[in-house]
Design a protein around this ligand. Sequence first.
Ligand code: NAD
Length: 455
Amino acid sequence: MNIEGIIEKQKDFFHSNQTKDIRYRTQQLKKLRQLLKENEVKLYQAIYTDFGKSMFDTFMTELSLVYHEINEAIKNLKKWSKPKRAASGLFLFPGKSYIIPEPLGTTLIIGAWNYPFQLTLIPAISALAAGNTVLLKPSEIAIDSSKILSHIINLNFPSEYFYVVEGGVEETTTLLNYRFDKIFFTGSSQVGKIIYEAAAKHLTPVTLELGGKSPTFVFADTDIKMTAKRLVWAKFLNAGQTCVAPDYVLVESSIEQSFLQAMKHELEMRFKANALTENYTRIINTRNFDRLLNLIDQSQIFTGGITNRDERYISPTILHRVSFSDNIMKNEIFGPLLPVIPFTNLDDTIAKVKAKPKPLACYIFSKDRKKIIQILTEISFGGGSVNDSVMHLANTKLPFGGVGMSGIGSYHGQAGFNSFSHHKSIYEKPFWFELKLKYAPYTKRKLSLMKWLLK
Ligand code: NAD
């Protein structure tokens, strides 16, 4: 299908005003939910082919989030799209002020491969809920997932409303030549810059959901066993191929050994017997497998380090005796390798974290309010959890996004609706009263009255 033609059709369709109708939007969201339910088996199969990932994990980390987002949007759509009153003040009497959320128009959503359904469908749900048309470009790297998405969407939705374009760099580069009313991108900071630059040519607003090295602080007063349980789950979910995965651990040196032992014990409980079975996800491709292999310094392996290139399998691996200057600390790991760095001085450690680009997430395990507040105040990051990891992402009431190099803007729930809306500010006035003050001829008396009114 000709891309230019589809974009033109989407623009015309948007201008027909059909998507402004809340009932239309609700119907389309219900239709999407129904289609996903009908095709669930195919969706599980595609993720299994791409990642060797279990049905349980796919439901928990992909479909359940998508369903939840659709349900939230359907439930709140009327409320979110209603004009909101704003105070006017004495000078504007007897007028009223209000804000109308309006759709932006034709939107482009570009996804990453690591959660190919939720990273494309959740922004699409927000965009459709807000009354936009959507052109969706999933990552070409999760091959089967991209295929099934385009199959389901393109067969069932009119292309002038919602259409999936498959492809990689070349196709995305072509798409970026066109003028969209919004670009929503999930991916690396490196490609984020390309997207931002292309969008700037048309002054198109962007949301950039990027990555980064998310630190985890573990303090001596933590519940070590529970910390290990929650961290092992969060880090090795999807074999560490999660944008908000704890990238590295900073542990107070007094508990370093007991923490490492607790992590090893937890890993044995979760994965030892079945690491090569379907309970543990594979690395997406050999390019990423090789990249990760290069990050493993054999002398630093505390536990794990078992690999199988044919299976694209890297066992959950914890590295110790790591320092900030090591290779593994340079870029986002995005795989099942967890470096652990001990620390004694918190201020120095915070300074080292702050010397790196602002991360997407940060996690703190401690019972000490002062330390928790110090980190929350001193380190800038997208979002995070205290005494847990990754789970902040699961709350649609929390805007999800990065800051600095980890992103621009946010989504999930109403934040998603807002990021695909323009908030049109209106002041409306009746005819029955007019304050003469602002009109010439200006007098001293008028000026002093004006000063009193506008102080
Ligand atoms: P990526 O940046 O390589 O690719 C993302 C998308 O951009 C893909 O659809 C790809 O086809 C396209 N693309 C790649 N190169 C391009 C180019 N030169 N020009 C135009 N388009 C291009 O990212 P990825 O490898 O798919 O995902 C991994 C990264 O995404 C990690 O950094 C991860 O942290 C981040 N991520 C962030 C979030 C978040 O919500 N903040 C979620 C998932 C992943």
